[in-house]
Design a protein around this ligand. Structure first.
Ligand SMILES: Cc1ncc(COP(=O)(O)O)c(C=O)c1O
Length: 397
């Protein structure tokens, strides 16, 4: 590791084991020339793989024409992207920003505007426990785990937490201050905990009956990752607003919220904004991601390849019942949940040139690019099987 890393970078991230300098398709290379199978996708970002030719061409062309001009002006790539996203999500409008946390900030601010209509003061959002919405103060206030909150309190008032998939608990929390419900359709950082269809449908009904906003954070579950364009679409529910980011730019920072038709004019000039939001370059990156998703039929591919990977992980659970507790997730957003800490397994996988991401509850996330091949998935499964076998042998010594 470069000694200047620690010297010049604030240590808010865990000390990295590798220095990465190149990516292509499903692979990354470190500075010593070692090649790794990348099942992290930069934490669910490079959904079209590293260095996709179409993405490079489009982004390079746009960089030559115009990188940034701000929202003082109408930006053709932004309008094009907004139209494409509205076509995919539902009747409504888009607001662009630069990250997942920022998208959630905009969604929280949206709920404040709605809650204060008609001289009322409804500001409380009901949020799922064990969720993750980002590190800014607003998004962090919507995140229940002490591990993220500690050291940063007092956070914002106006968030009440209830367990995921426990509709009664959400119902019981509703009071005259409640403005809406906000959650992930699959909790990513929380260890790939899937919100059940029935639960999401129950929340949708609760929101309709009680006149509440139904807000979904699709930052990690978006852009084809789960086998739908957005994760909630499998459940057939209709939210009032959705936050997206991560995979949208294929590696270039961009976030967005979609707001349904009913509410899409609630932000008025001057009420919200960001200098970089929806820049020509960011939107050309996102448009090229959507091109690739469509041209290569990656959403359906994520569903099929996800089934293949999940079946392989399930086999490992059967083979190593003492080590593996459960396999969770959908599409190419899967977790192998261990009975104990996954630190050793993650390290062994890295030594065998497979990169995965840890998450809460002893889980390891498998987030390969949607362009991954079955051979690459098979290779990842074999590496995982060998590492589990090694751990089991060590434990039986
Ligand atoms: C569901 C969810 N929401 C929000 C965020 C925050 O996104 P960002 O890191 O781009 O701010 C994340 C990041 O992991 C996430 O998984």
């Amino acid at each position: 590791m470069n000694p200047e890393h620690e010297k010049y970078l604030i240590s808010n991230y865990a000390k990295p084991a590798l220095e990465i300098i190149k990516g292509e398709g499903s692979y990354l290379w470190d500075s010593s020339g070692t090649k790794f199978l990348d099942f992290t996708s930069g934490i669910a970002v490079t959904n079209i793989g590293h260095g996709h030719k179409h993405w490079i061409e489009k982004v390079t062309k746009q960089a030559k024409e115009l990188t940034h001009c701000s929202n003082l002006f109408s930006i053709p790539e932004q309008v094009k992207l907004a139209k494409r996203l509205v076509d995919k999500v539902g009747p409504g409008k888009m607001l662009f920003c630069n990250s997942g946390a920022e998208a959630n900030e905009a969604m929280i601010k949206f709920s404040r505007l709605v809650g204060k209509k008609n001289a009322k003061e409804k500001t409380t959002l009901l949020v799922a426990e064990n969720g993750f919405h980002g590190r800014t103060i607003g998004a962090l206030s919507a995140t229940s785990s002490p591990k993220y909150r500690e050291g940063f309190e007092p956070l914002l008032d106006g968030f009440s937490f209830a367990p995921l998939n426990d509709l009664k608990s959400f119902e019981n929390l509703v009071n005259e201050q409640t403005v809406g419900v906000m959650l992930e359709s699959i909790q990513g950082e929380g260890g790939i905990r899937v919100a059940e269809d029935k639960f999401l449908q129950g929340l949708e009904k609760l929101c309709k009956d009680q006149n509440l906003l139904f807000l979904l954070d699709e930052v990690q579950t978006g852009i084809g990752r789960t086998g739908e364009f957005l994760g909630f679409q499998k459940s057939g529910v209709r939210p009032d607003a959705v936050a997206i980011a991560k995979g949208l730019g294929g590696g270039f920072p961009i976030g967005a919220i979609w707001i349904s038709e009913k509410w899409s004019d609630i932000f008025q000039p001057g009420s919200h904004g960001t200098t970089f939001g929806g820049s020509p370059l960011a939107c050309s990156a996102a448009n090229s991601v959507l091109d690739v998703l469509e041209q290569e039929n990656l959403i359906l591919g994520a569903r099929e390849k996800g089934q293949f990977l999940k079946a392989g992980l399930e086999k490992l659970k059967v083979q190593y019942p003492d080590l593996v507790n459960v396999v969770r997730g959908r599409g190419l957003m899967l977790a192998l949940v261990l009975n104990e800490s996954p630190t050793r397994l993650i390290e062994l996988l890295r030594q065998s040139q497979l990169l995965v991401v840890g998450a809460a509850e002893n889980s390891i996330r498998y987030l390969p690019p949607l362009t991954v091949t079955k051979n690459e998935l098979q290779e990842g499964l074999e590496i995982t099987g060998n590492a589990l076998s090694l751990i089991q042998k060590d434990q039986r010594k």
